[in-house]
Design a protein around this ligand. Structure first.
Ligand code: NIG
Ligand code: FE
Length: 390
């Protein structure tokens, strides 16, 4: 993760939407046959990196929840607010009242912000609908946004984000519905690639999460898991056991969880923005994971409750300052590892021949300035599919 493969005086040659050569400017110019479709992107004295891949976001919601933010500042916990009717359930009530067109209008400026901070692909979860109709509505919104906006959105079904109000006293029925109706329908309509579960005390237990992920697998949806975020339940071990592509959060991961994930090839997606956003200090043990050889990815966890930011650079700052990743490790985690965490390692996440020409030119001389110069936007230009779009 420490090895970035930096090239001084570098250039990237692009033809159409793809990278055709990378190397020293003089070598690239010597090697590439230049035709009408070719562009040479030269770093001059700036830094060029692959676009960030934000592999964990919840971008489709209605009302924001700044009142909860203030309550937390005054001492209430995330769990207390959720129990009192706030939290995910309040976002569900708000989303259900909105049409697809309204949700698209609300999402577009969020997607613009992702791009403006150097992100070119996001994973996007449903999970604020929690009825068949509303979950499908969200996934269709994600599909539409992917078509109309330059940012790429990779869809994840998160029907197991919470038990909705109308099932509060009959949770087994909701889980049956999820397994027998929602997952099959989402799969049939090909609206998601992944299926996520919020495995947590008072949300979905280990057993319930396992059942949901096993069903998802049978329908061709790859499992991923919100694991060990608020308590040490053993979600990391479960994620490994079912062969999940990633386990995310992991603030309370155990040593055996780290071992199990490594053994099973499950990527650790760390979300320091949600620790920071909840005003807490229990960052996941990233150094331990990296030192044990577990691949670590970084993401914003953009959502209206625990982590309200579209900025990957601030996540890199938190990763360095709070979890002691080096700047190089943080960049690896936010690009190529994050691409593998959404099964896109072969097409995005690094500047390599054959990959998509998704890259960012930064107004800096050294990549270490990205986490160092926190809270400001140092992006100069964003290139998506070979086109300069910002
Ligand atoms: O990743 N942990 C569950 N889901 C989100 C929070 C969602 C919300 O509060 O609306 C998270 O932190
Ligand atoms: Fe999340």
């Amino acid at each position: 993760m420490e090895e970035l493969g930096l090239i001084e005086d570098g250039a990237v040659a692009v033809s159409g939407k793809k990278i055709v050569a990378v190397g020293k400017t003089k070598d690239v110019l010597a090697k590439v046959k230049i035709d009408r479709k070719t562009k040479i992107i030269n770093s001059e004295d700036k830094v060029v990196l692959p676009g960030f891949v934000d592999c964990h976001t919840h971008p489709i919601f209605g009302a924001t929840r700044e009142e909860e933010f203030e309550l937390r500042v005054k001492g209430k916990t995330y769990e207390e607010i959720a129990k009192a009717g706030g939290g995910i359930r309040s976002s569900v009530r708000s989303l259900r009242e909105l049409s697809k067109a309204e949700l698209i209008e609300l999402a577009l400026p969020r997607l613009d912000r992702f791009l403006s901070f150097g992100t070119t692909t996001i994973e996007a979860k449903s999970g604020y609908g929690l009825s068949l109709k509303d979950e499908i509505k969200i996934l269709e919104v994600i599909k539409k946004l992917d078509q109309i906006h330059p940012l790429d959105l990779i869809p994840t079904f998160l029907g197991a984000h919470e038990i909705p109000d109308e099932y509060i006293d009959k949770r087994e029925e909701y889980i049956d519905f999820l397994i027998n109706q929602m997952i099959p329908e989402v799969a049939k309509r090909k609206l998601a690639l992944f299926c996520d579960v919020f495995c947590e005390k008072n949300v979905f237990s280990l057993e319930e999460s396992k059942k949901i992920m096993e069903t998802a697998k049978r329908y061709g949806l790859k499992p991923r898991l919100h694991a060990d975020q608020l308590s040490s339940l053993g979600g990391a071990e479960l994620a490994g056991e079912v062969g999940a592509i990633s386990a995310d959060h992991l603030e309370y991961i155990s040593d055996s969880g780290i071992e199990k994930m490594k053994e099973c090839g499950t990527i650790a997606v760390l979300l320091p923005g949600s620790v920071f956003g909840l005003g807490k200090d229990n960052y996941p043990p990233a150094r331990k994971m990296i030192n044990k050889g577990l691949p670590v990815a970084l993401a914003t966890d953009f959502n209206p409750g625990s982590s309200f930011t579209e900025s990957m650079p601030i996540i890199l700052s938190l990763a360095c300052l709070k979890m002691k990743l080096t700047p190089a490790e943080a960049i690896t985690a936010a690009t190529v590892n994050s691409a593998y965490a959404i099964d896109r390692g072969d097409s995005i996440g690094s500047l390599e021949k054959g990959k998509k020409a998704d890259m960012v030119i930064w107004d800096i001389k050294n990549y270490k300035e990205i986490p160092y110069h926190y809270g400001v936007n140092l992006v100069d230009k964003v290139i998506k599919n070979g086109e300069m779009i910002r």
